[in-house]
Write a protein that binds this ligand. Structure first.
Ligand SMILES: [Zn+2]
Length: 256
């Protein structure tokens, strides 16, 4: 049955809303929640794809869905490369303990990521209940709707690989909300497919020099750090034990 209402992005009235993804489907394989438990995910036996029915909501008209899918495509290429995929566009250099990735379409990737933060904030789903970016909801909506470019100063995004006790954990999807960068900058974070994205809610203000250096940059590069989840005050030791269990290893091997 068609769901007719107001599109949350373009504000068009009396339009058919799609069953929109809050998190694009390519970004989750294994779901692990802040409540430290697995959500059952459904595997379609025919195409082998993993479906999580809980991450959809009637949000967007078809026109806005199409617009988002263009941005998300760039993000999916980037994520694929990060997980070891081949690419003719991206390049990777190791500098100390960090990894520099170049060749990213900054405009598209940043809009995809900001749109995910925006969707998590406006979502009424319980999984995203802790996301509330307040006044930025409307600002992001307007920014994305008008397809305006983001400057480096506008909501820098830091990218890290998430580790538990020295081991990189692929495939995790997990909310980490309401942190801060230093004392003054509010930060929202999310783990998508094992990669931690920190969104700094600085709006055109001067940003710390290291943020400008490391964050997703208009020149098409980002410096990826390795971070332990314990840095976020999250105790994942029970999860760490669980991944060593045979049933959990089987679970991961089936879904990778
Ligand atoms: Zn729309």
């Amino acid at each position: 049955m068609a769901y007719i209402s107001v599109c949350k992005l373009c504000n068009s009235e009396n339009v058919e809303l799609r069953d929109s993804h809050i998190i694009p489907e390519f970004l989750f394989k294994n779901v692990y929640t802040s409540k430290h438990k697995f959500i059952p995910i459904e595997v379609d036996g025919i195409d082998g794809k993993v479906h999580q029915k809980g991450f959809r909501e009637n949000l967007l008209c078809q026109g806005c869905e199409t617009k988002l899918s263009l941005w998300e495509r760039e993000l999916s290429l980037f994520m694929h490369f990060l997980s070891g995929g081949k690419s003719n566009v991206f390049s990777l250099t190791t500098v100390g303990s960090n990894t520099v990735v170049e060749g990213i379409n900054y405009d598209l990737a940043k809009k995809a990521l900001i749109s995910i933060l925006w969707r998590m904030s406006i979502s009424t789903l319980q999984f995203f209940a802790d996301y509330d970016i307040g006044i930025y909801e409307e600002r992001f909506r307007n920014w994305l709707h008008q397809d305006l470019p983001f400057d480096i100063q506008d909501f820098p995004i830091l990218v890290s690989k998430g580790y538990i006790s020295g081991i990189y954990q692929t495939g995790l999807l997990m909310p980490i909300t309401q942190g801060s960068y230093g004392k003054h900058i509010k930060m929202e974070s999310v783990v998508l497919d094992g990669v931690i994205f920190d969104f700094l809610l600085t709006d055109g203000n001067v940003i710390p020099i290291e943020v400008e250096l490391f964050s997703l940059h208009p020149e098409g590069r980002v410096i990826i750090q390795n971070k332990e989840y314990s840095e976020y005050g999250i105790d994942l030791s029970s999860f760490s034990r669980r991944v060593k269990d045979k049933d959990v290893l089987d679970f991961f091997s089936k879904h990778d």
